[in-house]
Design a protein around this ligand. Structure first.
Ligand code: SF4
Length: 450
């Protein structure tokens, strides 16, 4: 449906007028490849990403003057051509994690062969390695948190400015270095005046269910970035290491828009500002919101602020996602986690005593020995981690880890950067490594209870 507008022209019909652009925002399909499956027939190790494309919903919310649609190819993988022919977008925005980067380039090429739209790419990989997208048919690259900068780009193009200078956004120049004006990220980059366009994905919503646990989830964001700088993680680069918290009123507004009984706060570090987190809990209570919540919290935050966790438990906190990553201090130190194994154990104890479920993220280094696999399995069982999530340590472009491991990388095809493939040689025989990994995943899935 087009937005009504008294003075509405198709983009390109007139210069320097208030125009309505047709904008298609594309969430790419699940597309990663699997070394254990292709080399050893181990089919149980597949990374499937689910959940609504909140980043695109936020972008759409901030483009109220335009006709915006969201195409979620994770829910409907074969829908691009139909969307292009029925909607004929003037501008196509695509987002990509690293393992999706090559697929997004293919989608952009397919789209550009069908119609003459402006193509903009953003998201995690564009932010970590913008040079990757400095090629045809991409026209613009959004680097870092793009909620506000994408809006500024669209407004400039809408005004007829074909070469605007928007900090954090760069025009592609295939064959030449990118010219990027760095963006000083601040609260304005949360662009939270307008609510996310949750309505644009209504037809996909049945797909946004955690099937194994039968949970219908709605996504909300309450913060962006992270003040820590773990070597494997690219979150802090999205905001140049700034931690930005959303206005309490906007978070409440977004929660109230969703019918889903469980709200996943998809911030990388939800309680990074404990005072803000406490105010948010109080506001949720005052608003009479009766939902359950899943949040990402560091273990040292749990240990330092058990009162905060208790308060959230009282307003519906159901489970806490914690990046334990490793079970001993040397490995945590190498990751620059600024945390230790003893604090992880204390946090587990606090959460068990509060009867909060624990989703535990663990990172398996490719040089793991058989004994380390056994010890990790024992740890998960003994500590009663309700839902263990095991990934393989992956040097993602743009991270400190990438710089450290660059020379060891033997798998350069980004389709394999799903966090479930070893892209550097394994310490164990490779097949044995994946068999141990598959066994850990299988045990975790069987005992999952969140
Ligand atoms: S892993 Fe977590 S704590 Fe570390 S930088 Fe990333 S978001 Fe922050």
């Amino acid at each position: 449906m087009r937005f009504a507008c008294i003075v509405a022209f198709h983009y390109g019909a007139l210069n320097h007028q208030a125009l309505i652009m047709r904008i298609l925002l594309v969430n790419p399909p699940n597309c990663g490849r699997s070394i254990p499956e292709e080399r050893y027939g181990i089919t149980s190790i597949k990374q499937i990403f689910r959940g609504e494309p909140l980043g695109l919903e936020v972008l759409a919310g901030n483009l109220a003057d335009h006709d915006v649609r969201i195409l979620d190819m994770k829910a409907d993988p074969t829908s691009l051509q139909e969307a292009l022919s029925s909607f004929a977008p003037d501008l196509i925005g695509l987002t990509a994690m690293t393992c999706e980067a090559q697929t997004v380039l293919k989608l952009a090429t397919e789209a550009s062969q069908s119609l003459p739209a402006t193509i903009v790419v953003g998201g995690v990989h564009a932010s970590a390695d913008p040079q990757f997208f400095n090629r045809e048919p991409v026209d613009w690259i959004v680097v870092g948190l793009g909620k506000q900068s994408f809006r500024e780009l669209v407004s400039a193009l809408d005004r007829g400015d074909a070469t605007p200078c928007v900090p954090g956004v760069t025009k592609t120049q295939p064959g030449a270095p990118l010219m990027l004006t760095p963006r000083a990220f601040g609260p304005g980059d949360l662009a939270e005046e307008k609510a996310p366009r949750y309505d644009l994905v209504e037809s996909y919503r049945p797909h946004y269910t955690l099937k194994t646990l039968g949970l219908q989830l709605g996504f909300v964001t309450s913060a962006a970035g992270c003040p820590y700088d773990c070597s494997f993680c690219s979150v802090s680069t999205l905001t140049n290491e700034r931690y930005l918290t959303a206005g309490i009123a906007s978070v409440i507004r977004d929660i109230q828009q969703l019918e889903a009984p469980v709200i996943r706060l998809v911030d990388a570090n939800t309680f990074g500002n404990p005072r803000h987190a406490m105010q948010l809990a109080e506001a949720i209570q005052e608003a009479g919101i009766e939902k359950q919540f899943l949040v990402d919290v560091r273990s040292d935050t749990v240990v330092r602020h058990p009162d905060l966790l208790k308060c959230w438990k009282d307003i519906g906190l159901r489970a806490v996602v914690i990046g334990f990553e490793e079970i001993e201090d040397t490995a945590l130190g190498l990751m620059n986690k600024e945390n230790n194994a003893s604090t992880n154990l204390k946090a587990i104890d606090v959460l068990h005593r509060m009867e909060l479920s624990i989703v535990g993220d663990f990172i398996i280094s490719p040089d793991y020995t058989e004994l380390q696999f056994v010890e990790l399995g024992d740890f998960v069982r003994e500590q009663q981690i309700d839902l263990p999530m095991h990934t393989i340590l992956t040097p993602l472009p743009g991270t400190q880890l990438y710089k450290q491991m660059q020379k060891q990388i033997t798998v350069h095809d980004l389709d394999y950067y799903t966090l479930t493939n070893a892209v550097v040689p394994t310490g164990l025989d490779e097949e044995a490594f994946y068999q141990h990994y598959a066994a850990l995943l299988s045990e975790g899935h069987q005992s999952a209870k969140v």
